[in-house]
Design a protein. Sequence first.
Length: 124
Amino acid sequence: MINWFIAALPAPALPVWDSITSAPLLREFAYCAGRYSAELEFSWMFSNIDSDQIARERLAMISLLEAVTPPDKGPEVLHLRLVAKVAHAELLTRMWFGTGPEEARIAQQRAEVEIAHCRALILS
């Protein structure tokens, strides 16, 4: 019943990218930048969401990400961002357009937990 949540989590990076996956801050910042991108896109669709705040937090996360990204790892980092963005967008889609209130509630809780984690990284 909740199997779709597994699909909504970022996929693990390929073993070829050991240097990326073994750098926890880099990985977390990349995932968070992707999550914020999904949040920002959804904020544009729904006027009751503060898109300016999300945009500021996204830019702060991208700055953190750029600070820890090795020059030769741009494509791998972009891949991690995109994987996280797609996964988070799936949560938001289920939250807004899910098949029922329980599915929407679970998706909303998961999305909020993920963004709260990202926000904590910015504030720490």
